[in-house]
Design a protein around this ligand. Sequence first.
Ligand code: ATP
Length: 356
Amino acid sequence: MRMVVLPGDGIGPEITKATTHVLKAASEHFQLGVTVEEHPVGHESLKKFGTTVQPGLLETVRSADGLILGPTATFDFKDEQNGEINPSKYFRKNLDLFANVRPARTYPGLRNPLGDFDLVVVRENTEGFYADRNMEQGNGEILVTSDVVISLRRITRLCCERIAKSACQLAMRRKKHLTIVHKANVLKIGDGMFLDICRETAKGFPGLVVDDILVDAMMAHVVRNPARFDVIVSTNMFGDILSDLTAELSGSLGLGGSLNVGVSHAMAQAAHGSAPDIAGRDVANPFSLILSMALLLTWHGERIGAPRFAEAARAVEGAVASAIETGRATTDVGGKLGTAATGQAVVEILTSASSH
Ligand code: ATP
C-alpha cells in the first residue's frame, strides 16, 4: 500500500508523526507492505513553493492507495489566486470524497457522565453551505455591498443520493438504525429534498430502522442520550458541527477520527482543526489521526480484498482503547504523556499483542 502523508499546520506535524510511527509498526506487525511518502502542505508549502498545495501533488495522491492529511490552518488561507488553497477542500473536491465518516464512541477507563455509546456521523462532504467548494467557478459567498453578504447553499439530488446510500450501507453493517438529521421545517426545499431522498433510499435496505430529527433538537437528543443513535446522516455543515459535538462527548475532540471517502480514493483526516493554541508543545492528542488512519486501512483492505488490513485496523483501535484505559495517553483523555510518547505507547501495545 502506497500512502501519501501530508503533515499540515499547527499540531499537524506532531500528530502526523505519531500516526506514521503507528502505521509503520502496524504494517510490519501485520505484513501490510505499507510505504510512506511525505510532502509539505499548508504554511510550509506556501513558504517553500508559494502555494499551500504544490501542482503535481494531486496526481501523486491520485496514484497512491491512500492519503493521510494532517490538520491545516484553514482560517489563514483566503486568497487562492496567491496560492492560499485550503488543502482539505482541495482534496475533498478534486478526489470527489463525498462521504465524511466520523465515528464517536466511549472508552473504558474514560469517565463519561452520559453513559456508553457508539455511533457514526456520515456527513455529506462536497456541497451544502461550504461556499468555497459548491461552485464550478468562483465562490458561493458574495459581498453585495460592504454591509450585505449572501452565502449560497447548494443541495443536489446526486449528492443526497450517494450520501444516503453510503449511510444506509454502513448502518446495515452495524445496528441497522439510521437517523436523518435536517432542518426541513425551514429549509423546506433543500433539506426537504435531502430528507425525502434519504427516506426513499432507505426503503431499499430491508430491516433498516429509519427516523429523523431536526438539527436543533438533535443537539439536545445527542447530549441527553447518545446511546440511542447508530448511524446519523446529515448535510455538510450540520454534520460537521454535530460530529465535533459527538467527538467531544466521547471524551475529547482529540478522539475524533474521520475518513473522507469517494468512489476510488479515501483520505484520513482528524475531525478537529490545527489547534494553534497548543501547537509545538507535544500535548496534542494523536488518537484522532491514528484512528482515522485505521479507518483508511480498513477501507483499503475491503477495496483490494485483503482482510489483514481490517485486522490491523482493529488492532490499532484496540491499542488506542487500551492506552486510554491504562492512562498511557495525553492529558485531554486523562493521561500524563505527550504526543510522541502516546504514539509510542500505542506501538508498544500493538506490537506486544502476541497473536494476529
Ligand atoms: P482551526 O482554525 O484549524 O480549525 P481551531 O483551534 O480553531 O483550529 P480546533 O483545532 O478544531 O479549532 O480545536 C478547538 C480546540 O480543541 C483547540 O483550541 C484545542 O484546545 C482543542 N483540540 C483540538 N484538537 C485537539 C487534539 N488533537 N488534542 C487536544 N486538544 C485538541
